[in-house]
Design a protein. Structure first.
Lengths: 80, 176
């Protein structure tokens, strides 16, 4: 993979500012995601797990939690 | 039932207007403006649902059109980033193939159900939201390999789960 052609002209933020922006945005959204899916998972676990739709909700919330964890770890790895 | 020509679908259609400037920005290295195009596209995705509720114009076509717009816009962003070598191609190929497989499974599920019905996958909804961020990580060169391969693995697990639900498990149409 060749390095992308990133222009230093017409910037909205400095390169470093952009890195901070993406880090904080990713971390905040991922944390929010973890909280929301934790609540959804708790609610789904209290429902009747015999129903396929409830099992789907449980699986979806677990996937959401994993994605949130990936986001938090990624924002840590990419922090300036 | 509300007409298919309505404000919500107009907002959904307007998402395609972000694609040409995105290509131009990537071609010229204006990566922050390319990120802005992706953010606008994502915000319009949030707005169209709200507009549909405010104007009471929720239609089955609108739901399908919204899902199609997601696939086309986010898939297009990834393809352009691969074409300009801003992101590695192997995870993107895996992701796009899984996306095509997912569409095929849904068609098979509708045939099995004998009616036009969309299988609601809560996990795939999370994956689509994650896909919106993939473009942003790609244009800002932010931990690209980590986020792209993690997404490919999660999508593979989700598609495998949904394949079992759609093809093997008993039909539960009220869940769709």
């Amino acid at each position: 993979m060749t390095a992308p052609n990133l222009s230093s002209e017409h910037l909205i933020l400095s390169h470093r500012g952009m890195q901070y922006f993406v880090t904080y945005l990713t971390g905040l959204v991922a944390a929010y995601w973890v909280v929301i899916d934790s609540v959804r998972l708790r609610r789904a676990l209290r429902s009747d797990r015999e129903q396929g739709a409830v099992r789907d909700q449980i699986f979806g919330s677990i996937v959401g939690l994993v994605i949130g964890a990936i986001g938090i770890i990624g924002s840590y790895l990419g922090s300036p | 039932m509300a007409s298919n020509v309505n404000p919500a679908n107009a907002v959904t259609a307007s998402r395609f207007l972000t694609l040409p400037p995105f290509v131009w920005c990537v071609a010229n290295g204006w990566y922050q403006w390319a990120a802005a195009c992706i953010i606008v596209c994502g915000l319009l995705d949030l707005v169209d649902g709200a507009v549909a509720r405010i104007f009471d114009c929720i239609t089955p076509f609108g739901a399908v059109f919204d899902a199609l717009a997601d696939g086309i816009c986010y898939g297009f962003f990834l393809l352009i980033l691969v074409l300009y070598a801003w992101v590695p191609w192997p995870p993107v190929v895996v992701i796009l193939l899984l996306g095509v497989l997912n569409i095929g499974l849904r068609a098979k599920y509708a045939r099995r159900a004998g009616q036009t019905v969309n299988y609601r996958s809560f996990a795939m909804e999370r994956c689509v939201a994650y896909a919106a961020y993939l473009g942003g990580f790609g244009v800002t060169a932010y931990e690209v390999r980590y986020f792209y391969w993690a997404f490919a693995i999660i999508m593979a697990v989700t598609v495998a789960h949904d394949a079992k639900r759609m093809l093997v498990d008993p039909l539960e149409l009220e869940a769709a």
